[in-house]
Design a protein around this ligand. Structure first.
Ligand code: ADP
Ligand code: 5GP
Length: 403
């Protein structure tokens, strides 16, 4: 067994006695939570220590493990408290952060983390930022090169500039004439992109027509954070990865009316060499087969007449009488405290505020509703809701008060 630093032993001793990992003790910028045989020690040595580190004490082996930590770590830390959710992630309240930044999740056994553990053959945990409210599902547009994906997406973005935002992919291919870095693609080098993929920064990636393409987590999140619905233009392999990921997207496959027409469109675009055109046409056969039969896609659209196809796309996305995005901003007037006990009842996290001022104002409990969480590492965790209340009986009817 490796030697444990004194502060961790101290914290573990404080933690013993808490059952099932529910509840943790506030102690500066550091907290411990136990799930099964593992105790997760999260935080630094004092209030200002950054980065926030994670160490795991495995009771079964008696060993300390330093896991690979993926995702964006908290960028400030004045005090943490934590609680286990569903035994696969730890919800963390970061005291003193802006309301937009104060809820974090450390995923320890989610699908993404389990996959990463398999790939890396070692212990892995992943940070995911908590976001208030929900967002519209991203839209994946896929289909063979030249079918008209870019054209349809441009039409959508032009007609609804405040509703949709484009996920700017990374690629190792060279820019075409008018293409701008950061706008059409993030043009990058193979070695850099491979390193970033290894670091878990991509939702999906694939080798397409001899180049590497991929969607970074950040590319999707910046669009969603701006309150827009994210549109991804990716190939079938990428769509398959998205289908398997925590990104709950609508996946649409665009078909050409015929392979002859596809070739005509690809050639008329005049952006590829003859060799590249032939490669794209060859790949199109496989893509068409997979797109139509694989069960990856929710919808298939035929792009014969462009205007008709665009109308069908809009209808499918519900933009004829569209529902507004449901994303909400951070709660106003509720400053989530970290230096009070947190407990969990069903899908509600109860933070006992309990300050004399608040008691006078008859609001001593903050309730975080985590019943509708969506997404998660490698992206944000959305769907958080919060409200203040004065008693368990009012808002938490039928649920036993924690001891
Ligand atoms: P992709 O993004 O799928 O590779 P593009 O949007 O670049 O394809 O379209 C390829 C070419 O086909 C472009 O020159 C575009 O103007 C043209 N095009 C797109 N849709 C249609 C259509 N329905 N009918 C005829 N030409 C089309
Ligand atoms: P192009 O080189 O014509 O811009 O794109 C070629 C193919 O790569 C298209 O089928 C496009 O959908 C796909 N593609 C673009 N970005 C991505 C991405 O981020 N991921 C994946 N998997 N495919 C992408």
């Amino acid at each position: 067994m490796g030697e444990a630093p004194a502060f961790i032993v101290d914290d573990l001793q404080n933690q013993i006695g808490f059952e099932n990992g529910f509840g943790s003790k506030f102690k500066g910028c550091k907290t411990t939570t136990t799930i099964g045989d593992k105790t997760y020690v999260i935080g630094g040595n004092d209030e200002s220590t950054l980065p926030v580190e994670v160490r795991i004490f495995d009771k079964a082996t008696g060993n300390w493990v330093t896991p690979i930590v993926l995702g964006s770590k908290p960028n400030s830390c004045k005090g943490l408290s934590a609680i286990s959710l569903n035994d696969d992630r730890i919800l963390i309240v970061n005291k003193g952060s802006a309301p937009d930044d104060c809820i974090l999740f450390l995923e320890v056994d989610t699908w993404f983390v389990r996959e990463q553990k398999k790939i890396r053959g070692t212990e892995v945990v992943a940070w995911s930022k908590g976001v208030w409210g929900d967002a519209e599902k991203p839209v994946v547009i896929s289909g063979p090169s030249g079918v008209g994906k870019g054209t349809l997406i441009s039409m959508l973005m032009k007609e609804f500039p405040s509703m949709f935002g484009f996920s700017v992919s990374h690629t190792t291919r060279a820019p075409r004439g008018m293409e701008k870095d950061g706008v059409h693609y993030h043009f990058t080098e193979q070695s850099i992109m491979e390193k970033e993929i290894k670091d878990g920064k991509f939702v999906e990636y694939a080798s397409v027509h001899g180049n590497l393409y991929g969607t970074s987590i950040e590319a999707v999140e910046v669009v969603t954070d701006a309150g827009k619905r994210c549109i991804l233009d990716i190939d079938v392999q990428g769509a398959r990865s998205v289908r398997a990921s925590s990104l709950e997207a609508i996946l649409i496959f665009i078909c050409p009316p015929s392979m002859e027409e596809l070739e005509t469109r690809l050639r008329s675009r005049r952006t590829e060499t003859e060799e590249q055109i032939l490669k794209r046409l060859q790949n199109a056969e496989v893509e068409m087969e997979q797109g139509k039969s694989s069960g990856i896609f929710d919808h298939i659209l035929y792009n014969d007449n462009l205007d008709d196809c665009y109308e069908s796309l809009k209808k499918l996305l519900g933009i004829d009488g569209a529902a507004a995005a449901t994303q909400i901003s951070a709660p106003q007037g509720i400053d989530l405290p970290a230096d009070r006990s947190v407990s969990k009842m069903d899908n509600k996290i109860i933070i006992n505020y309990g300050t004399p001022e608040l008691e006078k104002a008859s609001k001593s409990l903050i309730v975080l509703d985590v019943s509708s969480l969506k997404g998660g590492a490698p992206g944000r965790t959305r769907g958080l809701d919060v409200y203040a209340t004065d008693s368990f009986s009012d808002d938490l009817n039928g649920i036993n008060q924690p001891s």
